[in-house]
Design a protein around this ligand. Sequence first.
Ligand code: FMN
Length: 267
Amino acid sequence: MTNDSPLKAILVVLTAALVCSIVVSVAAVSLRPYQLAHQIFNQAQHIVKLAGLMPTNADALSKKDLMDIFLQLDARVIDIDAGKFEKNLNPVTFDQRKAAVDPERSVTIPTEHDVARLGRRSRFATAYLVWDGGQLKRIILPIHGQGMWSTIYGYIALQADLNTIAAVTFYEQGETPGLGTQIQLPDWQSKWQGRQLWDGTGALRFRIATGRVAPESAAARYEVDALSGATVTADGVTNLVHYWFGEHGFQPFLTHLRETPPIRANN
Ligand SMILES: Cc1cc2nc3c(=O)[nH]c(=O)nc-3n(C[C@H](O)[C@H](O)[C@H](O)COP(=O)(O)O)c2cc1C
């Protein structure tokens, strides 16, 4: 076969394509465990922070020490529709995102409730309970919903009254850098601390405001400052909070928890 044979050119191109696809596949498969380990560690970091258990010398903390703190948390799976803990699912292995695409373990969200624009959701979610002795101190719940361009994933920690926000985090999103990504700014997230979800009449009042929230205003208890140039993402955040704390989200579970306070398992 001569060098200018078209058959040779095709063979060279096919061989190069085959070699490249093998290299990419091997790299993807062999890096997967590292990616998974990184994802688990990243989540653990967020949850430990939300639990209020991150030591002041966090930079000096080894990965193992952080994972030890995380694994000591009281993780439990919730049956969202039943509004109760689901004891038959293991919180360590349960994967809410996988469950959300499994017809057996997910439900369609009725349009009138689907303010977070999710379409479906898992029937179960993992909550993390933080204890102070025998007293519940915080509960951390997963939340997600549609922003402007992407699904935003986060967690909210509630204080023991199950109404006051102790902390929030958004650990994954694909919004525009400098605009929608402002939801990940620690200074903005710190403004959620102390805000309440429901008012005394039971109305879900929490929202991201349309401007700055005047500290002395009646709304200050429930509202967080707007994000400049990112109203669409901010509205998505308000909507996802409304979904997850609404009657199709965690509201039945939180009502049940108020009526039947949990008991520390390993006391
Ligand atoms: C290329 C491009 C990307 C944008 N990305 C976002 C975004 O990620 N989040 C967002 O809320 N607004 C984004 N916007 C702006 C929105 O279209 C809209 O103008 C903005 O949310 C309004 O916020 P404001 O009321 O604070 O001005 C983007 C606009 C453009 C042109």
